[in-house]
Design a binder for this molecule. Structure first.
Ligand SMILES: [Zn+2]
Length: 345
């Protein structure tokens, strides 16, 4: 019931690196088993993570210019109006939830995750992660307890500049919307179609199938299944965790959060081992009251890098932007084999 379709295409050229002898180069075009959308595996090994020395930003001068640093956050960041959140800003551990002064949507908050300005992955502790996600979830649940709640709850993360993050001080975007973005909209629609056609939850089927096949199943951490998607969305691949039995944000309990964070710690240990120091992340819930059974909670982690540190070209180009076609320079199956060692720890 799950189709992992791919086709190989071949390019012949006379290779100057081998005295202009005839060489055949492979490109693999894959179709996502849920959406049918294509992505390609190409340029194998041609792009590698570029690691910057983030400690250079860890200076008092940078703290003084940063709105999220402890001396500034109270003075220069907005508060929620009393009818939305009487205390103005929501706090949990080191996390502060505040309104995004440049909102993306009606309810567009930020979760500033730490008091520290620069938090490289080796310092991104389980406590920081847990408090940030717990605070985001509490905020979303609170505004959704009000009248006219919006159906889609999103938490997304641009971590460090290659990901598009404009401020290095770590912060999540916490959004409640009736317009959740094209990827989510398509994923939800296709999950509903799958459920209608096969009488089954696609995400549960994906976990069972990938675990059985093994080549893209990295391991289980508590209730979370860690996978490398068949069609990755990033140049340096993609990593996904699925909680097959959890659907809406209201079902996100302490155990699920604990399992998510425990898996993230292992993923980040893997990232550090291969030099990945920036990523985009999205956490996707089923919409409450709308065919919940067809959708399971999942998160995507997409590593990002500059192509080099001299000109800092981004790792997105016309293929992704104009053709809307992801391409990846590493096989998900190869990455999965590497990640497995970290998921077992
Ligand atoms: Zn800061």
């Amino acid at each position: 019931m799950l189709q992992f379709n791919k086709k190989m295409v071949y390019t012949n050229l006379l290779d100057p690196r081998e005295n202009f002898s005839l060489k055949t180069i492979e490109t693999e075009i894959r179709s996502d088993p849920l959406t049918g959308e294509t992505g390609r595996l190409a340029h194998f090994g041609m792009i590698t993570p570029q690691k910057e020395d983030y400690s250079a930003w860890d200076t008092p001068e940078n703290y003084s210019l940063c709105p999220f640093c402890p001396d500034n956050i109270e003075k220069v960041t907005p508060k929620f109006p009393p009818d939305l959140l009487p205390e103005g800003r929501l706090r949990k551990g080191q996390t502060t939830i505040l309104p995004n002064i440049s909102p993306y949507d009606q309810y567009s908050a930020l979760a500033v995750m730490s008091k520290a300005h620069v938090v490289p992955l080796e310092k991104m502790t389980a406590a920081l992660l847990k408090d940030a996600f717990a605070a985001g979830i509490e905020f979303l649940c609170r505004i959704n307890a009000r009248e006219n709640a919006l159906p889609y709850q999103l938490m997304i993360w641009n971590y460090m500049p290659p990901s598009g993050g404009g401020l290095v001080h770590p912060h999540l975007q916490v959004i409640s919307s009736d317009s959740p973005g094209n990827l989510y909209r398509k994923t939800l629609a296709k999950s509903k179609d799958y459920h209608r056609q096969f009488g089954q939850n696609y995400w549960q089927k994906l976990c069972v199938t990938e675990k059985k096949q093994g080549e893209r199943f990295a391991g289980q951490v508590g209730t979370g299944f860690w996978l490398t998607p068949f069609v990755p969305l990033g140049v340096l691949g993609e990593f996904m965790v699925v909680f097959p039995e959890v659907r809406t944000i209201f079902e996100m309990d302490e155990t699920t959060l604990q399992d998510l964070v425990a898996g993230m710690e292992r993923l980040f240990a893997y990232f550090q081992s291969v030099g990945i120091a920036s990523f985009n992340m999205g956490l996707f819930f089923a919409p409450a009251g709308e065919d919940e059974d067809c959708f399971s909670l999942h998160a995507r982690f997409i590593p990002r890098t500059f192509l080099n540190l001299a000109q800092k070209p981004p790792d997105t180009n016309a293929l992704q932007v104009v053709l809307q076609e992801p391409f990846t320079v590493v096989r998900p199956e190869t990455q999965c084999a590497e990640l497995k060692k970290f998921m077992k720890k």
